[in-house]
Design a protein. Structure first.
Length: 412
């Protein structure tokens, strides 16, 4: 029997993760394969070494394939990196026949896309926020409505053509078609946020290794997205410099003993740290480690707060802040975030679904699980099995188009 195999592939700065799922029905999805491998060819979310990235992807894919016992030919991949730039736009068209058709919706979305962007950039997503028919706003699906004027407000995500191509090239060198490309925080939002949170107004903050990815939702729509080039690696680097220890030792200390709240720690508590090779181990106060990590966290949260104020979104966020990504696991981060941003803050874990093991219920897998769900919804929309040949012949622009269509259809 032919099975509906779907794949999410997250090429992160610290790890590459592949998840293979079987879609039994439009609502039933089961995970059958997982492969995670350290990533070596990326810096701040962008590919800087093709060969190393290809090798990391290959290892992760092989592991997932072996576990699932199936072949993988295409995947939904995530994209981030500081080259991503997003903005809101709008478009207006006159309605020809008095009743709005799919064609009118396509035309108004085209109009909203018709903004001047630099020639080295590509539009990744055009996500409708609301439609307005004549003077009535807040409409999700205008098809079939009567009117003379159709307006749409959209969120547009753009990225550097060459950096997107580099990622696609790395994936395709492993023999896998990059069937869809999705902005990473959109994927993480899908696996972590509830629809109530997205309605109320929420900031998803995915703290990865190289970047922190932001997605702000209000009334169910994406109203802002942004990639900040500061991630968990910066916390580790700060610690390595402050303690004069190798990167690996700083990472161990951060994960096992790190906190960002120096005041809450026992002032007599000390951690044994191993210096650069040849030097003796020594004792460092836990509160000193927390001060170093806390300074970086404070910087990151202040930046997010500033962004909210600059975009005049502070009052929109009644659902609060949801931290996810591996970097969200440092102790005390939600408390510090709440104190600085002055909004309820928590760590968001991916919601469990079929066949998901305990290991996957970790914020560092939010993106890849979201990519799998994205892949699943694209399949539902296409209402067919993945047609590999179709993707082989498609160029990158039309693949981005697929992703765009899936987001658009999902909204309805
Ligand atoms: N238990 C933990 N406590 C603190 N930090 C952690 C923990 N587990 C992982 N991290 C940190 O999370 C970061 C990696 O997170 P994640 O796996 O989400 O990143 P990534 O997806 O590879 O990178 P990016 O999304 O930036 O491309 C690393 O900096 C790592 O040190
Ligand atoms: Mg990530």
């Amino acid at each position: 029997m032919e099975r509906n195999i779907i794949v999410g592939l997250d090429v992160g700065t610290t790890k590459v993760c592949t998840i293979v799922g079987v879609q039994h029905s439009s609502t039933e999805l089961e995970i059958i394969g997982i492969g995670t491998h350290p990533s070596h060819g990326l810096k701040k979310g962008s590919v800087v070494n093709i060969a190393k990235t290809v090798s990391s992807i290959q290892n992760s894919v092989e592991e997932a394939k072996l576990m699932a016992g199936v072949n993988i030919s295409s995947a939904t991949i995530g994209i981030a990196g500081s080259h991503i730039y997003s903005f809101n736009s709008s478009g207006v068209v006159a309605i020809k026949n008095g009743e709005i058709s799919q064609h009118d919706v396509d035309r108004v979305l085209e109009a909203a896309k018709a903004v001047v962007i630099p020639s080295d950039r590509e539009i990744l997503h055009v996500i409708p926020q609301e439609f307005k028919v004549d003077n009535t706003g807040g409409i999700r699906n205008p098809i079939g409505m009567c009117g003379v004027r159709l307006e749409v407000h959209v969120h547009v995500v753009t990225g550097s053509i060459s950096l997107i191509q580099n990622l696609v090239k790395c994936v395709e060198e492993t023999g896998i078609e990059a069937a869809n490309i999705t902005l990473q925080p959109i994927a993480s939002s899908r696996s972590v946020l509830s629809s109530e949170e997205k309605d109320m107004g929420v900031v998803l903050v995915d703290i990865g290794g190289g970047t922190t990815d932001i997605a702000i939702w209000k009334e169910g729509s994406l109203i802002h997205s942004q990639i900040i080039p500061v991630g968990g690696n910066h916390f580790t680097n700060d610690l390595a410099v402050a303690l004069k220890v190798p990167h690996a030792e700083a990472e161990r200390i951060k994960i096992n003993h790190g906190s960002v709240l120096a005041e809450t720690l026992n002032q007599n508590s000390h951690i044994t740290v191993q210096g650069i090779s040849g030097t003796k181990s020594r004792e460092v106060p836990s509160s000193y480690i927390a001060k170093v990590l806390g300074a970086r966290a404070e910087e990151l949260f202040s930046l997010i707060k500033e962004q909210l104020e600059e975009k005049q979104l502070t009052n929109e966020i009644t659902g609060g802040i949801v931290l996810t990504g591996g970097g969200a696991l440092i102790k005390g981060l939600p408390e510090l975030g709440e104190y600085i941003i002055e909004k309820p803050t928590k760590v968001g874990y991916p919601a469990p679904f079929g066949g998901m093991t305990n290991i996957m219920q970790n914020p560092k897998y939010s993106t890849v699980l979201g990519l799998l769900l994205e892949s699943c919804s694209t399949q539902n929309n296409n209402n067919s099995k993945i047609n590999n040949q179709k993707f082989k012949e498609a160029d990158i622009v039309s693949r981005l188009g697929d992703s765009l269509r899936s987001v658009f259809k999902e909204i309805f």
